[in-house]
Design a protein around this ligand. Structure first.
Ligand SMILES: NC(=O)c1ccc[n+]([C@@H]2O[C@H](COP(=O)([O-])OP(=O)(O)OC[C@H]3O[C@@H](n4cnc5c(N)ncnc54)[C@H](OP(=O)(O)O)[C@@H]3O)[C@@H](O)[C@H]2O)c1
Length: 283
């Protein structure tokens, strides 16, 4: 079997086009996404620049607050609070992780749920657990959109999510197992025994770890859908958690890296920003 490549680029372009059309239909109100970056980590700078560029492509404004790596907890919190209080800012994204010594949670939790376009505050994650409407973390939302686009059935499916972070693993698991989506989900992590055997039970396998080529053909049930979220920077360049070529021989669907889940993340962030603006009565 040679798997179908789940082309994040194609699906993300369609998501962004829908966002652009909805803004245009509303008369292009000034919807603004603010990004906050503490420090000068080059990959984080690239992520932030890409988010701003793509916001402009769909007709959104963006604002950026950059703070030095030496910024204190109080300085970071004051900068974020300024954006929270600004009615011209509709969505706020704090680029994570913050430099060592800063507390991510108390910074993120300053965001009101209607501006929390990353869906990562305790309140937004609580809503996700309760199955209440709210802004859903962008990477997990992108994974679900890919499955939907490629017609991968979730009801009755057995899903395994590798990784249990609040950024990716846990929200993906919650979305897959939510009422209406109805997969039966197992969450695996670094202490899971016999990971390959567990993964081979999965009709849907999502890997959100950050260990290069962790998932090989021996982890995959024939005909499964495999989503690769992990990103590792190696001497050979950026690689995912999934050994794409080997897994393509066994799976029915697999995301490439790059061009899979990563591009979906930005598209879903823009979708969340549109939703945030709606929640704030802008359109
Ligand atoms: N594609 C995108 O748009 C996107 C977005 C966000 C993040 N990412 C990438 O996704 C990956 C995960 O991000 P994260 O923030 O969730 O990372 P994280 O907080 O470091 O979590 C990694 C998870 O992987 C588990 N793990 C580590 N080694 C393992 C192993 N050998 N076998 C099984 N599980 C293992 C850890 O288990 P323990 O809990 O036991 O430690 C942890 O739950 C990273 O590579 C990140 O760069 C990609």
């Amino acid at each position: 079997m040679t798997a179908v490549r789940m082309e994040g680029k194609v699906v993300a372009a369609a998501v962004k086009e829908r966002v652009r059309e909805q803004l245009e239909a509303a008369g292009n109100p000034p919807v603004c996404l603010a990004t906050v970056l503490v420090g000068d980590d080059p990959p984080s700078q690239r992520y932030v620049a890409s988010k701003q560029k793509q916001a402009a492509e769909v007709g959104m404004k963006s604002r950026h607050v950059g703070l030095p790596p030496t910024a204190t907890q109080e300085e970071v919190m004051a900068a974020v609070q300024g954006l929270v209080d600004d009615p011209a800012v509709h969505g706020i994204l704090v680029q994570l992780p913050l430099p060592a010594g800063l507390d991510d949670h108390s910074v993120i939790d300053l965001l009101p749920t209607e501006k929390d376009v990353d869906g990562l505050t305790a309140a937004s994650l609580g809503r996700l657990v309760r199955g209440e409407r709210g802004l859903v973390p962008a990477t997990p939302r992108g994974c679900l959109r890919l499955l939907e686009h490629y017609g991968v059935a979730t009801r009755g499916a057995r899903a395994v999510v590798i990784g249990r972070s609040t950024l990716v693993g846990l929200p993906v698991a919650l979305l897959l197992g939510a009422k209406g989506t109805d997969a039966t989900v197992t969450v695996a992590h670094s202490r899971t025994p016999d990971l390959p055997a567990l993964c081979r039970q999965a009709d849907i396998l999502v890997s959100a770890v950050g260990v290069a080529r962790l998932v090989t053909a021996e982890h995959v049930k024939p005909g499964a859908a495999v989503l690769d979220v992990g990103v590792s920077r190696t001497e050979a360049g950026i690689v995912g958690d999934v050994d794409f070529d080997a897994v393509s021989e066994v799976a029915a669907f697999v995301t490439p890296m790059p061009g899979g889940t990563g591009v979906m993340t930005v598209a879903c962030l823009l979708e969340n920003t549109l939703e945030a603006a709606r929640l704030q009565g802008v359109l």
